[in-house]
Design a binder for this molecule. Structure first.
Ligand code: ADP
Ligand code: MG
Length: 260
């Protein structure tokens, strides 16, 4: 397929899977830091009312004055909410009551387009924008998919996690048909991979063919180092610089860059 020209600078990529705990937030923080290491200007957007990404980048959601909330509801421009972080990426932070924004968006006309419209004025300032989606296929995730040219689907290498992928793919098909024909699935990102497990190996070998999707390489190994990163407000690329998982995220970021 032919490469499309980007709208205005940055390529916007959603990291989505309506299942929780599949490493969406971890992947956004890690890929963002990896892109920054490669010299790219990176914006991360926290679209989860749990505000885990905001917290993990060292920003207390309770101290956030202007959040993605106001940006989505049109009461503040994105530039007013964006903050720099110690990881070398910029963040459009969330607050815990983002769920309220979702409800307020529901009755609005064009509600799926508000994020895309809000990001347009800042898009020229970045090379990559990564959207950390909430574990649902609600209006915020539809906003993310509508604003994106690319989609990465993190998926742990366990059979159970595959449930629901069909539903996600149906939603992507609807979004492409109705809201955003430019959306392209960049691939499944295998996460929490235990290379010693035959089961995980079998899942990894099977998953691309099963869904007819590219599988990003290499898989991200399971590591206890991830548990330590959020406590210090830095991603694993800083806290465990030379770990296999950090290197895997760098390799995935490098291969994504050649495609976006
Ligand atoms: P999601 O955003 O999809 O809910 P998170 O990124 O918050 O998922 O990850 C869920 C949990 O799994 C977190 O505690 C995180 O530290 C952990 N985790 C993520 N990636 C790995 C990995 N490669 N190895 C071990 N634990 C991981
Ligand atoms: Mg998350």
């Amino acid at each position: 397929r032919k490469k499309r020209p980007t709208r205005s600078g940055a390529t916007v990529v959603s990291v989505a899977n309506q299942k929780g705990g599949v490493a969406k937030t971890t992947s956004v923080a890690s890929l963002g830091a990896a892109f920054a290491e490669l010299g790219k200007r990176v914006l991360l957007v926290d679209l989860d009312a749990q505000a885990c990404l905001t917290f993990s980048l060292g920003i207390d959601p309770d101290s956030v004055e202007t959040s993605v909330n106001e940006v989505l509801l049109g009461t503040a421009p994105a530039a007013d909410a964006i903050q720099p972080t110690d990881d070398g990426v910029d963040l459009l932070p969330s607050v815990i009551d983002l769920a309220g924004a979702e409800a307020q968006l529901l009755p609005r006309p064009g509600r799926e387009y508000v994020l895309r419209t809000a990001l347009e004025p800042v898009q020229a300032s970045y090379d990559v924008v990564l959207l950390d989606c909430s574990p649902s296929l609600g209006v915020l995730t539809l906003n993310a998919l509508t604003a994106s040219q690319g989609l990465v689907v993190p998926m742990p290498c366990e059979m159970l996690s595959h449930r629901g992928v069909g539903q996600l793919l149906d939603t992507v098909a609807d979004v492409k048909r109705i809201l955003n024909p430019d959306l392209e699935i960049l691939g499944i990102l295998p996460t929490m991979y235990d290379g010693r497990s035959h089961h995980a190996q079998a899942v990894l070998a099977d998953v691309g063919e099963r869904y007819g999707l590219p599988v990003l390489d290499p898989p991200i190994p399971r590591t206890i180092r991830f548990a330590e990163a959020p406590a210090v407000g830095r991603s694993i690329l800083a806290t465990a610089r030379s770990s296999a998982a950090a290197q895997a995220y760098r390799d995935v970021a490098g291969s994504l860059l050649s495609r976006i």
